[in-house]
Design a protein around this ligand. Structure first.
Ligand code: ADP
Length: 592
């Protein structure tokens, strides 16, 4: 009953009922009045007729006879003539006396000289039937204004009542039919009205559940039709806007998740809003599930970072995560009204940068250190010479020899550093030619044999079964091979055996130098290619090493598209392997 449909039907019914009742009652009353008026007219006319035809110029004896002759104009009208006392002296309801006796208000009024009607009287007729009568009594006065006779006409009101009853019945039936039709019409009307409203309600509900792609059928051009059209327009606009928003969101998400920088954001209550993939990777977690204060505590971040940093634009903090170093930039973000909304933390992995920084510092320290030692020697010997040692020629020559040696050492160091710097700046030009390695290594062995023999070491090379042609810069390849062979001899004791051999693997020729020397410990092995790294500094320096040989060798190998590897067992010996690609290298380093 709460639906508009039923409210409409009930309103419709009520309206029809009221209209029908009012109009029905009006019709009934009007009909009744017309009927009554008509009957009164007839009663009056008949009374006049009796007066003219029977009473005037007639004496009382002939009243009955004449009265019977007057035919009434309407059916069921009875005429009577009464004397001044109200006794009936002639009547149409009987042929001869005795005449009926009437007891009627109208008759009494007529006795007092007034004409009047009376209705609704029930009395029996001549056939002893109880009937409802309508009557009229009028006095006939003599010259002295005395009532001589009374004409009393009456008619059976039953017919009128029956006809009115019939009309009432018809009206009631009409009302019932109208009501029935009203229910049907009301239903149909309500249906056409509420149908689109229900469809709109369903549409709105669907929309609330997130289904924007819907279009309702517009069935009319009335207000509801216009509302439906507006609803469809709204739905299509919303769909468009939503898809724009979700596209924008997707774009941002893709951007955020593919950024190399980590991004985390917190709202002003410190709750986590988002964290991208890079941030998870940098913090070495699968999921971040913490608020701002937990985050600060967990990563032991400087307490100078607050959720509400006031007007401070941003704050940089560096903290370690495992072996990594992360740089976090805390920046507050504001609402349009300038209120702090939260904090964005941008994370950058600065491990590499820090490593490079540390290496650079270490490198500068190493170079200074390497230069300081020979410089101190040169200075102290020069001072000694100046203090008088120059006088003694023998001592002076010895000192000058030492100074010369130290100068050489510095020159070697500077030469090596320059070479490395050229590699770093990609300023090395390689003069690539085909080198047959069997031949090349036989020559190398020949050149170094004398040094090996001086240490009573055995240096051997077993030529490969086939020609081994590599593509390289003859001088540079020679520098690498010599460096490795020299190292093998340097870091092996007397009577050690140093073997050079060639093998193949996939697309590489491998030239290995195996010694039975002191070997390199597991911890030192990965570091021997670093600049200035020496396992035993004193020993290396004593042998004239700068600690840059292998670093340069590695650069040369890489510039040839190859690599340099080392395997070693501490105390047993080392195998250094040069990998040369079989294919000619594509020149990568251009002289500037
Ligand atoms: P250095 O000028 O000191 O020889 P290198 O760069 O040539 O510098 O070598 C670096 C370090 O690697 C050496 O100081 C030495 O400790 C170690 N090393 C190189 N070759 C060998 C080897 N064949 N056996 C043992 N240790 C070696």
């Amino acid at each position: 009953m709460r639906s508009i449909k039923w409210k409409l039907i009930i309103m419709y019914l009520g309206l029809v009922l009221i209209v029908m009742i009012v109009s029905g009652s009006y019709i009934l009353l009007s009909l009744r009045n017309i009927e009554i008026e008509k009957s009164r007219k007839e009663l009056e006319l008949y009374a006049d007729k009796i007066n003219i035809q029977v009473i005037e110029d007639n004496d009382a004896e002939r009243f009955q006879e004449n009265l019977l002759r007057t035919g009434p104009d309407a059916v069921g009208i009875h005429g009577n003539i009464l004397d001044a006392n109200g006794d009936t002296i002639a009547s149409t309801s009987t042929l001869e006396g005795p005449y009926p006796v009437y007891n009627d208000q109208a008759i009494i009024a007529a006795m007092y000289g007034m004409s009047s009607f009376s209705s609704g009287k029930k009395s029996t007729d001549s056939f002893a039937l109880l009937k409802e009568w309508m009557s009229y009594a009028t006095p006939i006065k003599g010259e002295d204004d005395k009532v001589n006779y009374i004409i009393y006409t009456r008619l059976d009101a039953g017919d009128m009542r029956a006809s009115l009853d019939q009309t009432t019945k018809i009206i009631i039936i009409a009302v019932a039919i109208s009501l029935f039709l009203a229910v049907i019409m009301g239903y149909v009307f309500a249906q056409t009205l509420t149908g689109p409203i229900l469809a709109l309600t369903r549409g709105a509900k669907n929309m609330a559940e997130g289904n924007f792609e819907q279009s309702l059928k517009v069935r009319s051009s009335d207000e509801i039709g216009q509302l439906t059209s507006s609803f469809n327009y709204m739905a299509s606009e919303l769909t468009k806007n939503m898809s724009e928003i979700s596209k924008e969101k997707n774009r941002l998400e893709i951007l955020l998740h593919n950024m190399s920088d980590g991004v985390i954001s917190f709202n002003k209550d410190g709750e986590l809003m988002l964290a991208n993939t890079a941030a998870l990777e940098m913090l070495e977690v699968d999921k971040i599930d913490m608020d701002f204060s937990t985050f600060i505590r967990e990563y032991d971040i400087n307490s100078a970072v607050y959720l509400d940093m006031g007007n401070e634009p941003s704050k940089k903090v560096t903290f370690p995560v495992g072996k990594q170093f992360i740089n976090a930039n805390f920046t507050p973000y504001y609402s349009v009204a300038g209120q702090i909304e939260g904090l964005v933390v941008v994370l950058q992995d600065i491990t590499e940068q820090k490593k490079l920084d540390d290496m650079r510092k270490e490198f500068v320290a190493n170079v200074s250190h390497e230069l300081r030692t020979p410089l101190t020697t040169v200075k102290s010997y020069t001072e000694t010479l100046m203090d008088g040692a120059i006088e003694d020629r023998e001592i002076a020559m010895e000192f000058l020899g030492i100074i010369d040696g130290e100068a050489d050492r510095m020159a070697f160091l500077v030469r090596d550093l320059l070479q490395l710097s050229r590699f770093d700046n990609k300023q090395v030009h390689l003069d690539i030619t085909q080198i047959e390695m069997n031949e090349f290594l036989l020559l190398t062995v020949k050149q170094n044999k004398i040094h090996a023999e001086a240490k009573r070491q055995v240096l051997s090379f077993e030529p490969y079964s086939e020609n081994v042609v590599i593509y390289g810069d003859r001088d540079r390849v020679g520098q690498v091979v010599n460096n490795i062979v020299t190292n093998a001899m340097k870091y092996s004791l007397e009577q050690a055996v140093i073997k050079i051999y060639i093998s193949e693997e996939d697309s590489y020729f491998k030239i290995s130098v195996k010694d039975t020397g002191m070997g390199i410990s597991r911890e030192d092995l990965p570091r021997i290619f670093e600049r200035f790294y020496r396992v035993d500094k004193a020993r290396s320096r004593a042998m004239g090493g700068t600690g840059l040989g292998l670093a340069i060798a590695k650069e040369i190998m890489e510039s040839h598209g190859g690599r340099l590897t080392a395997e070693s067992e501490y105390g047993k010996g080392t195998v250094m392997t040069m990998w040369f690609p079989k294919e000619p290298p594509k020149p990568q380093i251009q002289e500037v």
